[in-house]
Design a protein around this ligand. Structure first.
Ligand SMILES: *[C@@H]1O[C@H](CO)[C@@H](O)[C@H](O)[C@H]1NC(C)=O
Ligand SMILES: *[C@@H]1O[C@H](CO)[C@@H](O)[C@H](O)[C@H]1NC(C)=O
Ligand SMILES: *[C@@H]1O[C@H](CO)[C@@H](O)[C@H](O)[C@H]1NC(C)=O
Ligand SMILES: *[C@@H]1O[C@H](CO)[C@@H](O)[C@H](O)[C@H]1NC(C)=O
Ligand SMILES: *[C@@H]1O[C@H](CO)[C@@H](O)[C@H](O)[C@H]1NC(C)=O
Ligand SMILES: *[C@@H]1O[C@H](CO)[C@@H](O)[C@H](O)[C@H]1NC(C)=O
Ligand SMILES: *[C@@H]1O[C@H](CO)[C@@H](O)[C@H](O)[C@H]1NC(C)=O
Ligand SMILES: *[C@@H]1O[C@H](CO)[C@@H](O)[C@H](O)[C@H]1NC(C)=O
Length: 482
């Protein structure tokens, strides 16, 4: 036998020349040498290919199709989930319910309500008396009209900007995790609120104020400029003089924000300074320099209504505002925040998730699977992607599992777990559900005390089979896939 195969190897010649039936010894030797060289090179190449294949890193891509939020929440952080819907309008997951300052929805600025009527009547009574235009009686109506106009402007700015913002879209290719989503949306909302205040309200307001003063526009109320008649010997003419306030320490020509405390002429004839209220060049300017102190105070309101012979008016509630302290917070501060007490912004991750409709989540980081021989179960540790693993999830298998192989046996693209159980004399298969969990075991009997296993397609049917070595029955079991 040995000599026969030895002889066969020695005489093996694959380069035989068929056209020349009787080659010389020399030719024969050359051909045999080339044959041997050819076979050696072939073996080296095959061995290298096998070696490289064995070395090559096996990436198991675990993927989940159309995950629900529950499934997504349990996936390791390294999983990449791609959205079906890439651009999602903000209004699908952000709600705004802006709350404005109480004064903006109060009876103090309602045109037909008692307060405004009272102030208007008192203006009517006083308007021919030039001196008194500088008092509460003459000016308060314009003051509250200015508040009303500012509230309306703020509401419009907020509503317009909200419509535009909520209609714009968030574009995400990969779904954002809840933490990141929260941070990102919070920043977006804060930026939106800031921009709405600045670009859409404060700048236009400043422009209006500058236009008035820069162009020297005259108020019909004569609060900034007033006419003076000048006479010469034969003729007279009218010229305009800037009004002065605060004991003549400032005038409207040089300082449009010039103000002084507003006083109420009491029925006794004396003047009473209305707390927080200012009078100055223009109702808008003096309003911005005032506080709302008086309309939060029943005593202050009582003095006013009694003087103007009106009915008692209820004050605002100081607990309902964030602009504090009330006696020092000027309306300019409140207006610069758009009269907003609370934007009432909320965002709902679930709605974002539902709109994104993640198609698949996949994770190509290797996980760890070990057998716990004494506990009769296997542990699965999922890779979190940062070099760490989740806490173990255990799955029951047979008694004293020894070896484990992880390979896709049911051809669904997801690696499954195959274990041999030494003391229960069987092998078991746990199928991958695709969301990082495995089904309960299905067992297959083997010989006595199976120790090792390999999973390979032995009958060439394209399906992987399991081959097990049995320590005590001294045989191998072949489990064919069916
Ligand atoms: C994984 O999927 C299986 C079936 O598809 C389901 O029974 C199980 O609840 C899922 N697990 C998680 C963590 O969602
Ligand atoms: C969003 O924009 C579309 C057209 O650009 C408009 O028809 C729709 O009313 C807007 N929706 C909102 C909520 O503003
Ligand atoms: C959102 O931002 C605001 C202001 O910057 C901050 O006070 C709040 O805690 C943030 N909320 C979250 C959930 O991050
Ligand atoms: C009035 O003038 C005085 C000094 O001239 C100044 O200190 C004070 O701030 C002014 N008051 C107002 C309301 O502008
Ligand atoms: C009350 O104030 C007004 C406006 O400043 C002034 O014209 C009037 O003379 C004052 N009256 C008294 C009694 O001081
Ligand atoms: C504002 O009110 C507080 C108490 O309510 C008081 O202590 C403080 O002096 C007042 N400030 C002014 C400027 O009136
Ligand atoms: C994306 O989601 C939004 C909000 O749910 C929806 O209005 C839009 O039609 C979706 N687009 C696609 C392409 O599904
Ligand atoms: C695996 O064994 C441990 C230790 O005995 C036990 O706490 C755990 O519940 C077992 N797991 C299963 C799935 O049986």
């Amino acid at each position: 036998m040995w000599t026969k195969s030895h002889q066969y190897i020695i005489t093996l010649n694959i380069f035989e020349n068929v056209d020349k039936p009787n080659p010389s010894d020399e030719e024969l030797n050359t051909q045999r040498k080339w044959t041997r060289a050819y076979i050696v090179v072939l073996i080296i190449i095959i061995a290298s290919v096998i070696y490289i294949t064995m070395l090559s890193y096996q990436t198991d891509t675990t993927s989940v199709d159309k995950p629900t939020l529950d499934v997504y929440a349990k996936l390791p952080k390294s999983a990449d989930c791609f959205c079906t819907n890439l651009s999602i309008p903000y209004h699908t997951f952000i709600n705004f319910n802006p709350q404005f300052h109480e004064v903006c929805k109060s009876h103090f600025i309602e045109p037909n309500d008692e307060w405004m009527s009272l102030l208007y009547d008192s203006y009517q009574d006083q308007r021919h008396d030039k001196r008194n235009l500088r008092t509460f009686q003459g000016m308060a109506i314009f003051h509250f009209q200015a508040i009303q106009a500012m509230c309306r402007m703020a509401r419009m700015a907020v509503n317009n900007e909200l419509t535009l913002f909520l209609n714009s879209t968030l574009t995400t290719v990969e779904i954002l995790e809840p933490d990141l989503f929260e941070k990102k949306i919070n920043t977006t909302i804060n930026n939106f609120c800031f921009n709405t205040m600045h670009s859409n309200f404060l700048y236009p307001l400043q422009l209006i104020r500058n236009m008035y003063s820069g162009n020297g526009l005259i108020s019909a109320l004569t609060t900034n400029w007033h006419p003076v008649v000048a006479y010469e010997a034969t003729s007279g003419w009218i010229l305009m003089q800037a009004q002065k306030y605060n004991l003549s320490s400032c005038n409207c020509a040089t300082m449009p924000g010039c103000v002084e405390p507003m006083s109420l002429e009491l029925n006794s004839g004396s003047n009473w300074t209305v707390p927080g209220m200012m009078i100055g060049c223009l109702p808008l300017e003096s309003m911005l320099e005032s506080t709302l102190e008086c309309i939060y105070d029943q005593d202050c309101l009582n003095i006013i209504t009694q003087t103007l012979l009106g009915e008692s008016i209820k004050p605002l509630f100081s607990t309902r505002t964030r602009f504090k302290p009330i006696n020092t917070t000027k309306l300019t501060t409140i207006a610069s925040e758009l009269f907003i007490e609370d934007w009432g912004a909320e965002f709902i991750y679930e709605k974002y998730f539902a709109s994104c409709q993640p198609k698949t989540c996949s994770d190509s980081n290797p996980d760890i699977i070990v057998t716990n021989s004494d506990d009769s179960n296997v542990s699965v540790f999922l890779n979190t992607g940062n070099g760490m693993f989740t806490a173990q999830t255990t799955y029951s298998v047979g008694t004293h599992p020894l070896n484990v192989v992880v390979v896709d046996v049911n051809n669904d693209g997801k690696p499954d777990i195959i274990v041999v159980n030494y003391k229960s004399h069987n092998a078991c298969v746990l199928l991958n559900t695709g969301n990082g969990t495995f089904t309960a075991q299905t067992t297959y009997a083997t010989g006595n005390n199976p120790r090792d296993l390999v999973v390979i397609d032995v009958n060439n049917d394209g399906k992987l089979d399991i081959i097990v070595t049995n320590e005590w029955s001294n045989d191998v079991s072949v489990l064919l896939a069916c």
